[in-house]
Design a protein around this ligand. Structure first.
Ligand code: APR
Ligand code: ZN
Length: 235
């Protein structure tokens, strides 16, 4: 049936693991201004506020457990006879904790630290601060290795070439409001792929998908994975 599946996940897949989404009623962007905590200008203006925002998210993510949706995608990656490319907008490590391999974190990770001075990357300590020293150049220009608004997402060449050659694209738990991720469905459609949205409610781009299933990720993702594996085993 399908030979190459590209999956894009967003904050909705981690919601049932206790991690906040961004645009839901109690979401992160209801509590913080994006321009203060998720832009280079915000970091330049008040680095301690930004470090505190990500230190709090890093601490919360460290306590979170993967849910049935993360586990189902890990099972798909290990059992599906074709190729499964897992792209996430999330900066938590719940896909890896569920057993997923080679996760493409297009918005970076809370687990990573980046030196704004020499571009060195290293595993982030639980708390980053303006006194954190870069192990490479000893400067105090350490920042979370997370892609902020106005910055270029990671792995884009790889992601776009996978979208051009996939025959199934599935978006899970994302509101479809942030590009370039929100445009991935169009690239998949242009490649002739089937496109499915799995979400709690219709996203901003739901009309651009061939199919959609609505519900909590921990329920609808395992059901969809079981169907896909069953279909493939009957081929
Ligand atoms: N199961 C499935 N979907 C859910 C659940 C759930 N339990 N809970 C919420 N959702 C859905 C919401 O309906 C919404 O459509 O998940 C989506 C979350 O949307 P956002 O909060 O906008 O998160 P996301 O799409 O990942 O944001 C994209 O925006 O701020 C930037 O860098 C940030 O990576 C983030 C990007
Ligand atoms: Zn450095």
């Amino acid at each position: 049936m399908y030979d190459k599946v590209v999956i894009l996940t967003g904050a909705g897949i981690s919601a049932e693991s206790g991690l906040g989404t961004f645009r839901d009623a109690q979401g992160l962007w209801a509590q913080h201004r994006i321009e203060d905590v998720a832009t280079p200008a915000g970091f330049a203006r008040n680095p301690d506020l930004v470090q505190a925002f990500y230190n709090a998210r890093r601490a919360q993510a460290a306590l979170a457990q993967p849910n049935a949706a993360h586990l189902a995608l890990a099972q798909l990656q290990s059992s599906f006879p074709g190729e499964v490319i897992l792209v996430t907008q999330n900066v938590d490590a719940l896909h890896e904790a569920a057993g997923s391999m080679s996760v493409l974190h297009m918005h970076g990770t809370l687990a990573g630290a980046l030196c704004a001075s020499c571009n060195h990357r290293w595993p982030a300590p639980p708390e980053l601060s303006s006194n954190s020293l870069c192990p490479q150049c000893q400067s105090t220009a350490a920042r979370p290795d997370v892609v902020w608004f106005g910055e270029i997402p990671y792995h884009m060449d790889r992601i776009l070439s996978d979208l051009e050659t996939c025959d199934l694209f599935v978006a899970i738990g994302t509101s479809g409001q942030v590009y370039p991720a929100a445009g991935f469905v169009d690239a998949a459609t242009a490649a002739g792929a089937k496109t499915i949205e799995l979400n709690l409610e219709p996203s901003a781009t739901h009309s651009r998908f061939d199919d959609a299933r609505f519900g909590r990720a921990s329920a609808i993702v395992p059901a969809w994975v079981a169907e896909l594996l069953d279909e493939r085993n009957r081929d």
